[in-house]
Ligand binder design. Structure first.
Ligand SMILES: *Cc1c(COP(=O)(O)O)cnc(C)c1O
Length: 434
């Protein structure tokens, strides 16, 4: 696409954007009474305006029905997750029976590893990306120890090549093949939180299966961001949170995916609880766990109605948008425009002050663009915040800017570029301009 660095051009792109009105369904944080240009949806998505209303409905049910709310009213809590499953499934390319909202992300990662990391003397290793999100690193280390293995022997981390930030698919595949005989599990992120790289999940899954390993993904930065196809790609299991690209509030409910091919496997371990028990007989309160069919059988505790209500409000906006295809189309254009804009800033400054480490190829990234400033990165980031642009800073040196298709505009991207240019000139004390 041939972009232009011009306000009216960005506004024309917004006019032509079929998702433009969705922005009005969100609440923007303000500074000095001016809304932020919010580019931090990779960390915490914005609040849908409808969140309070949908939440209030459940507060009303609680008020008016109290314990009877489990079975009475328009949205009985006992079945509330079923409506959500229908809306979660298209976001991650799954069948509704394969997904279930429950718990929080790292907890679900542990629960799924209980089922799908089954090390034995021969196969006990786990392959993951180096620099995975810390919570995942801690979860995996502690799982490995729990089974009596030393993380130094059992965890294989795939690193980018010297001088590179992005993992090459061929290198991931080569590592999987190298450890073919002792690999129990391939556990990758969908999109890396630091670089914004969207891994080739289908290729990784294929090679993982070829060598006889189980393949799972943490989709914290992928779900609601990129169009994953969990069922068709034959992924064994996955989990994600709903508070990043899915705008369901801090600490919001997580969800899991288990491929239907595992539903009949009675050899899978589970850390069970009463809510995973066969639904029709759950309240017989009998001895001996019998799981509900599908992903619901992994539930442990009773439905977290209030976090689910917040998730519900957000899922309605995904439904309104037409799910991932239109979202992805806009997202690719938005991130490409941000790439162009950063390039323009460099050009106008007369030097490559900003280096983008996110893949240049739009097919290998989601909404997030990670940028390393040649100098004064932290100061530049802080100045952006003062100028009402809220991205985020990741130690040691990365500014993450995330134009989210549901609520960001091309004008947001243009203005961010203008402000970055202005701040850079001030901080770098350069005079070059056109
Ligand atoms: C955000 C994120 C988490 C956070 O986990 P919580 O249990 O929700 O606190 C974990 N893993 C990854 C990859 C993340 O991006």
């Amino acid at each position: 696409m041939n972009f232009e660095h011009k306000l009216t051009y960005a506004q024309d792109l917004d006019q032509a954007d079929p998702l433009r009105s969705l922005r009005q369904d969100f609440l923007f944080p303000k500074q000095n009474r001016k809304p932020f240009i919010y580019l931090c949806g990779n960390s915490l998505g914005l609040q849908p305006i409808a969140a309070s209303e949908v939440l209030q409905r459940q507060l009303n049910n609680w008020e008016n029905l109290a314990v009877e709310g489990w079975f009475e009213g328009n949205e009985p809590w006992m079945y509330y997750h079923k409506a959500l499953k229908e809306m979660i499934a298209p976001i991650v390319g799954a069948k509704p029976v394969e997904v279930c909202p429950m718990n929080t992300l790292t907890v679900n990662l542990h629960l799924l590893m209980v089922s799908f990391y089954k090390p034995n003397a021969k196969r006990f290793k786990i392959i993951m990306e180096a620099g995975a999100f810390p919570s995942d690193q801690y979860a995996v280390e502690s799982q490995v120890r729990f089974h009596g293995y030393d993380p130094r022997d059992a965890i294989i981390e795939v690193k980018p090549r010297e001088g590179e930030y992005i993992l090459r698919t061929e290198d991931i595949e080569a590592q999987i093949r190298l450890h073919a005989n002792d690999l129990a599990l391939v556990l990758f992120g969908g999109v890396n939180y630091f670089t914004g790289q969207w891994f080739d999940m289908e290729a990784i899954t294929k090679v993982g299966h070829e060598v006889g390993a189980i393949v799972g993904f943490d989709l914290a930065h992928a779900a609601g961001n990129v169009p994953v196809k969990l069922h068709d790609w034959d992924i064994d299991f996955a989990c994600w949170c709903s508070y990043k690209y899915q705008n369901s509030g801090p600490g919001g409910i997580s969800a899991i995916f288990v491929h239907e091919k595992h539903f009949q496997d009675t050899s899978l371990n589970r850390f069970a609880g009463w809510w995973g028990y066969k639904e029709s007989q759950r309240f017989k309160m009998e001895k001996g766990f019998v799981p509900e069919a599908g992903a619901d059988g992994w539930q442990v505790s009773c439905t977290q109605v209030m976090p689910m209500a917040l998730h519900h409000a957000s899922l309605l906006l995904f439904e309104k948008a037409g799910y991932m295809e239109p979202i992805r189309t806009k997202s690719m254009a938005l991130s490409a425009y941000l790439f162009f804009t950063i390039g323009k800033v460099n050009e106008l400054l007369g030097d490559e002050y900003y280096k983008i480490i996110t893949p240049n190829n739009a097919a290998e990234r989601g909404a997030q663009v990670s940028i390393i400033a040649k100098q004064d990165g932290k100061a530049i980031f802080e100045e952006l915040v003062v100028a009402n642009v809220l991205g985020d800073w990741r130690e040691p040196n990365v500014i993450r800017l995330t134009p989210v298709p549901l609520y960001n505009s091309f004008e947001d991207v243009y203005r961010t570029g203008e402000l970055l240019l202005e701040i850079s000139k001030r901080i770098f004390k350069t005079t070059s301009s056109k």
